[in-house]
Design a protein around this ligand. Structure first.
Ligand code: SF4
Length: 156
């Protein structure tokens, strides 16, 4: 019988993308396991023109939410994904990508308005329900590997 494969997506919000770099490293180190278990639905870091088709089994999300556009996107991802995994401190606490929240600066307020940013940068956890979270800045390759395997073992 053919083994079931899960669809997986990797989304980056406001961040340095350091956590996703370690996901890429994990992918390279576990390529055989990955190919046996997953099909990529969306990953801009690997494919710049990666289409966005929400509705994957696992959505892995890094970064904080800083604009109205991002807020509606994360809600759409949450609505359609079976499992949402928040990776890294930005996604879980907002920091360090939320630094501007602590500055009372005229210039920052100007750009917040000009680029339709949210008044405050918020974490993924603050705006949608998260099924799993993995702390770190960045996350470690080993802990991501353990978590992904736990999710598969538990079943989706
Ligand atoms: S948690 Fe740290 S390493 Fe990960 S995206 Fe945020 S700033 Fe970058």
């Amino acid at each position: 019988m053919k083994k079931q494969k899960y669809t997986i997506s990797f989304y980056s919000f406001t961040s340095c993308e350091g956590c996703m770099m370690n996901v890429l490293l994990w992918l390279a180190q576990n390529y055989k396991f990955f190919r046996e278990n997953f099909v990529i639905n969306h990953m801009k870091l690997l494919m710049a023109d990666s289409p966005t088709k929400y509705g994957e089994d696992i959505a892995v999300v890094e970064g904080a939410v800083s604009s109205k556009k991002q807020l509606s996107e994360i809600k759409e991802i949450r609505k359609n994904a079976k499992i949402l995994v928040a990776i890294g401190s930005c996604a879980i606490t907002g920091a360090p990508s939320n630094n501007r929240n602590f500055l009372d600066d005229e210039e920052i307020r100007y750009y917040v308005k000009k680029f339709k940013q949210l008044e405050k940068v918020v974490s993924i956890k603050e705006v949608v329900n998260v099924d799993y979270e993995l702390m770190g800045c960045p996350i470690s390759v080993e802990s991501f590997n353990t978590l992904i395997k736990q999710i598969i073992e538990k079943g989706i």
